[in-house]
Write a protein that binds this ligand. Structure first.
Ligand SMILES: Cc1cc2nc3c(=O)[nH]c(=O)nc-3n(C[C@H](O)[C@H](O)[C@H](O)COP(=O)(O)O)c2cc1C
Length: 257
């Protein structure tokens, strides 16, 4: 049975929660799914202090002792992850942003491969679509394969036409997420391949064993591999990968001159 965990960024249990409930019902109409709710408001998360210790020395050296590793374990133990948040002042809520900042080191050392991700944003009037795109971008950079998220307008009182539109949107988003949940991580796009190759070349040439990023890439075999995980790249992508490696080297050398 697939396990899906939703991280909710609202300080209350209202519109976002109700919409996620509907999403859950739709998902469960396709297959038996173990669905867990993680209300960020119920966890103890401190603000990032900006010391960069997690980037350089490793997350285990972080001085903050809060519930972060518990939340990361929940992602590790899931096949699918959803970030759901209301739109607050054209961004995610502070609860969600605190969580995202605490995950910052994972953008250097992504690890949620072979797991699906989507985003649900709930708004009063306007601005939520950009937040969906932002969260989708984040999901990709954490290693997830991402299904297009959705932005829902939860105005009260709601007409029956508005309710119908919302129900349809949730249905489509949950169908997309279910498809993503059932498939393995895809081959990378040219853009993702470029990002991986440039990133690893930078880390290899600029850092050394004293840095956690360097150690992590070495441990994972990422200095030699085609991509973060095993993929069968076609001839053109393999060639492009080599060009991206050279490009990365040139960029590093240019920085040094
Ligand atoms: C502090 C605050 C800021 C908000 N900012 C926006 C906004 O910029 N754009 C918008 O469309 N709705 C905004 N809203 C409305 C919420 O996104 C909306 O009420 C949402 O449904 C709340 O979800 P919840 O019931 O799960 O808390 C804001 C609400 C609050 C409390």
């Amino acid at each position: 049975m697939k396990k899906v965990t939703v991280f909710l960024g609202s300080p209350r249990k209202k519109n976002t929660y109700q919409i996620v409930r509907e999403f859950e019902e739709n998902l469960k109409s396709y297959a038996e799914i173990d669905f867990e709710y993680v209300f960020l408001k119920d966890y103890y998360l401190e603000n990032c202090k900006g010391c960069i210790t997690c980037f350089n020395k490793g997350e285990e050296c972080c001085l903050i002792k809060d519930d972060l590793s518990l939340l990361i374990d929940k992602m590790n133990n899931s096949d699918g992850v959803i970030f759901a948040t209301p739109n607050y002042s054209f961004q995610v809520t502070a609860l969600m942003k605190t969580f995202l900042d605490r995950l910052g080191f994972l953008f250097h050392r992504p690890r949620f491969f072979n797991k699906a991700f989507t985003a649900i944003v709930v708004q009063g009037i306007y601005g939520g679509s950009d937040i969906v795109k932002y969260l989708e971008f984040l999901g990709r950079n954490l290693g997830f394969h991402v299904s297009k998220g959705c932005c829902l307008t939860a105005l009260e009182p709601r007409t029956s036409l508005e309710q119908q539109r919302m129900t349809n949107k949730i249905k489509k988003a949950s169908a997309r997420f279910y498809r993503e949940l059932m498939r393995p991580s895809p081959n990378p796009s040219f853009f993702r391949l470029l990002m991986f190759r440039l990133g690893r070349t930078n880390i290899k040439m600029i850092l050394d064993e004293k840095f956690r990023d360097y150690e992590y890439y070495k441990e994972k075999g990422w200095f030699e591999s085609d991509y973060y995980y095993e993929v069968s790249l076609g001839m053109i992508k393999r060639l492009a990968g080599r060009v991206f490696d050279l490009l990365g080297k040139q960029m590093v050398r240019r920085r040094g001159s």
